[in-house]
Design a protein around this ligand. Structure first.
Ligand SMILES: NC(=O)c1ccc[n+]([C@@H]2O[C@H](COP(=O)([O-])OP(=O)(O)OC[C@H]3O[C@@H](n4cnc5c(N)ncnc54)[C@H](O)[C@@H]3O)[C@@H](O)[C@H]2O)c1
Length: 244
């Protein structure tokens, strides 16, 4: 398959879960993929895949982004695709959440994608082409999940819309994906919390959790030229959870 033939892509959080699935799928489709993550052990593993370049990046650092984007631009001369996927979650009850917890969540989950748009957006504007996909969450759409996490993902939703409107004139498309509960290391704890797991499955019209590759396939479509007139879209990949 060659749906991304010759493209240069950056996938943040590319060393685990959905990001790792995207890295694999994109390279299978002809892209060279920079897997950007803070987890060096997992980066080393994903870096063994052909046409994957592992890079250490803390998405919440302006300086880190500037450095990584410069390195990719110097090496390849362009950046065609950015997937803002890195994120953290928390199950801390609201009454225990501190200012520090709140700030950290926003810094990684919403400031991170903003910085990606800021730095990679400039490169894409210059080349008058590019596709940015931001990974939000179904918790930005319905009243579910941990409060600071939902807020951070709501910010990703709004940031996507604003960036889509701003960058479309440069032929840079910005879209967002809203995954439901997907089986990744982030949701590993659910395997032990049988009651919560059952509740989620029962509340999902498709009666099951999602798989990382099901989100990666949606990202592949939005990243590819097949989505050439799609900007500001919100693609829900949640087995119908938010349709109820
Ligand atoms: N799994 C789900 O059910 C689910 C549902 C909706 C949305 N999401 C979102 O999807 C994205 C991917 O999640 P996942 O389930 O694959 O999780 P995951 O924990 O498997 O992967 C997240 C990756 O992000 C990396 N990361 C964390 N902080 C970082 C930072 N500061 N800089 C760079 N990388 C960092 C981690 O090292 C990890 O490799 C996240 O944004 C998450 O919030 C997940």
């Amino acid at each position: 398959m060659t749906r991304l033939q010759g493209k240069i892509a950056i996938v943040t959080g590319g060393a685990s879960g959905m990001g790792a699935a995207m890295v694999k799928l994109f390279t299978e489709n002809g892209a060279t993929v920079i897997a950007a993550d803070i987890n060096e052990a997992n980066l080393a593993k994903i870096g063994e895949i052909e046409n994957v370049i592992p890079k250490k990046l803390d998405v919440s650092s302006d300086e880190n982004w500037a450095q990584v984007v410069k390195e990719v631009k110097d090496q390849f001369g362009r950046i065609d695709i950015l997937i803002n996927n890195a994120g953290i979650s928390s199950e801390k009850p609201v009454h225990l959440v501190t200012e520090q917890d709140w700030v950290l969540m926003q810094k990684i989950n919403s400031f991170g994608p903003f910085l990606g748009i800021k730095h990679v957006g400039e490169v894409m504007k210059e080349q008058k082409a590019g596709s940015i996909v931001n990974i939000s969450s179904y918790t930005a759409l319905v009243g579910m999940g941990n409060n600071p996490y939902s807020a951070s993902k709501g910010a990703v939703r709004a940031t996507s819309k604003a960036a889509a409107a701003e960058l479309a004139a440069y032929n840079v498309r910005v879209n967002a994906i809203f995954p439901g509960t997907i089986e990744t290391p982030m949701t590993d704890a659910l395997k032990e919390a049988k009651q919560a797991l059952n509740m989620l499955v029962m509340a999902t019209p498709m009666q099951r959790l999602g798989q990382p590759m099901e989100v990666a396939n949606a990202a592949l479509f939005l990243a590819s030229d097949e989505a050439s007139y799609i900007a500001g879209a919100e693609l829900v990949v949640d087995g119908g959870f938010s349709a109820r």
